[in-house]
Ligand binder design. Structure first.
Ligand SMILES: Nc1ncnc2c1ncn2[C@@H]1O[C@H](COP(=O)(O)OP(=O)(O)OP(=O)(O)O)[C@@H](O)[C@H]1O
Ligand SMILES: [Mg+2]
Ligand SMILES: [Zn+2]
Length: 432
């Protein structure tokens, strides 16, 4: 540490009467060593007297461009650091002032300040020296250590910035995760709903197929019963009649056998009619061999023969190629049920059947001029058949829709089934 002449005197006083030449040289050497050490430190080290003025300072004041050691000695700390400070209220000065007060009271003080004039961040520590020498104004009272902590401040700021950035990234990531979580939850809910719908429709399908099986079973029983009750009985009667004829012929009474034979022929005709009507209600081979449009025409002809009192007008504008394979049975069974209902319930004179393909729709219509559904339903003592319900279920299962309304003029009944066709399903009539 460098000093002015006053420094020499202080050192001499400190060693007192020990002024032998060897001792002085040793003291001078120790002083040099000490100064060299203090000058090598990176911090500004100052020795202050009781009124706060610089007694000594290390070479850092030159490195910080505060002035030469000779120039700055005698200044106070504020003048040392801010030689040309013109500020009305200088933060450094105020901090130094209050540090000086607490130094007097507590023996130590420190503070940190970002100094605009020096463009440095400073850490200032004041420490009182041994109390014995404090009474004299020219004696050193305190050591001030001023450290340049700019790098530390910058690092702290950088760290803060990084922390803030990190926090905002964490927040953004958390938000994104929350979004993803919400999406996932929605997806799960959607899938659960879809699964439920699937389960429901599976149950419905199972119920429908159970109904279908029981309907088939009932149909078989009905055919068996019809065969037994009508054709079976008739064949029995005919067999009995023919046996009787044989007996009469053996007895040489051919003319008595004539009326019996005539009755047998009439019975055979009735039996044939029965068989025709039973066959008509089964799936005709023509449906498999030709197609639905041909089967519809065939059924209309058979129906007209079975019910000669009904006048049937048939308009089948669609050709077989217009009707997709998947709809063939539905179209045929629907027509059967609708015409059988007309025969059973309508008491009509005329019935019109039409089957047409218009664009992407296939439409089957059966219109009669009978008593109408409401009149017949009330007179049928509200018997609940399955036919109409089966019709609309079958239509829905195959992508169609059925409507049963009063006829256009308020007379009779109009049944209409519309099937929606997929693009390119079946061929158009003109293309066929
Ligand atoms: N064309 C029609 N004219 C008048 N009434 C009709 C006609 N079609 C149906 N109905 C009435 O609607 C009711 C329901 O018909 P649905 O076909 O469901 O039953 P069903 O023919 O009586 O019995 P099932 O068809 O099960 O043998 C019939 O009982 C009848 O009263
Ligand atoms: Mg019916
Ligand atoms: Zn200042």
């Amino acid at each position: 540490m460098n000093s002015d002449n006053a420094g020499e005197a202080t050192s001499d006083t400190a060693v007192g009467t020990a002024n032998a030449p060897g001792v002085r040289a040793a003291i001078a050497r120790a002083k040099l060593e000490w100064e060299g050490t203090v000058d090598a430190l990176p911090d500004l080290i100052c020795l202050l007297d009781a009124s706060g003025h610089l007694l000594r300072v290390n070479r850092v004041c030159e490195r910080w461009n505060l002035g030469s050691i000779a120039e700055v000695l005698g200044r106070d700390l504020h003048r040392l650091l801010h030689n040309r400070c013109a500020a009305e209220r200088c933060q450094l000065q105020e901090s130094l002032r209050s540090a000086w007060l607490s130094l007097r009271e507590e023996g130590t003080a420190e503070f940190e300040v970002r100094d605009a004039l020096l463009e440095r961040a400073l850490h200032v520590t004041l420490r009182r020296m041994t109390p014995g020498t404090a009474g004299v104004a020219s004696e050193p009272l305190a050591v001030a250590v001023v450290a340049d902590v700019t790098a530390l401040h910058l690092a702290r700021e950088a760290l803060n910035t990084i922390n803030l950035e990190l926090e905002s990234r964490v927040r953004a990531r958390t938000d994104a995760l929350a979004d993803a979580n919400r999406d996932l939850q929605n997806e799960i809910a959607r899938r659960e709903a879809a699964e439920q719908a699937l389960r429901r429709s599976r149950n419905e399908l199972a119920a429908l197929s159970r109904q279908l099986i029981s309907a088939q079973e009932m149909e078989r029983k009905r055919i068996a019963r019809e065969l037994h009750d009508s054709v079976g009985q008739q064949l029995g009667a005919i067999k009995y009649g023919l046996e009787r004829c044989a007996e009469l012929l053996q007895q040489g009474r051919p003319q008595d056998s004539l009326p019996i034979l005539q009755r047998a022929v009439a019975s055979l005709q009735e039996g044939m009619d029965e068989i025709r009507s039973i066959a008509m209600n089964l799936r005709p081979a023509v449906l498999d061999d030709l197609g639905a449009a041909s089967a519809v025409s065939w059924f209309c002809r058979e129906f007209a023969q079975s019910y000669p009192s009904l006048t049937l007008r048939e308009t089948v504008a669609a050709v077989d190629a217009d009707i997709p394979e998947r709809l063939a049975t539905a179209v045929f069974r629907s027509l059967q049920e609708l015409l059988n209902n007309v025969a059973k319930h309508a008491q009509a004179q005329n019935v019109a059947v039409s089957l047409a393909r218009t664009g992407d729709q296939l439409v089957l219509e059966v219109t009669d001029d009978g008593v109408g559904v409401e009149a017949s339903a009330s007179s049928a003592s509200m018997r609940s058949g399955r036919g109409v319900r089966n019709l609309s279920e079958r239509a829905e299962m195959t992508g169609g829709q059925m409507r049963l309304t009063a006829g256009a003029t308020g007379v009779g009944t109009q049944a209409r089934i519309e099937w929606q066709l997929a693009a390119g399903e079946g061929r158009k009539s003109d293309a066929a």
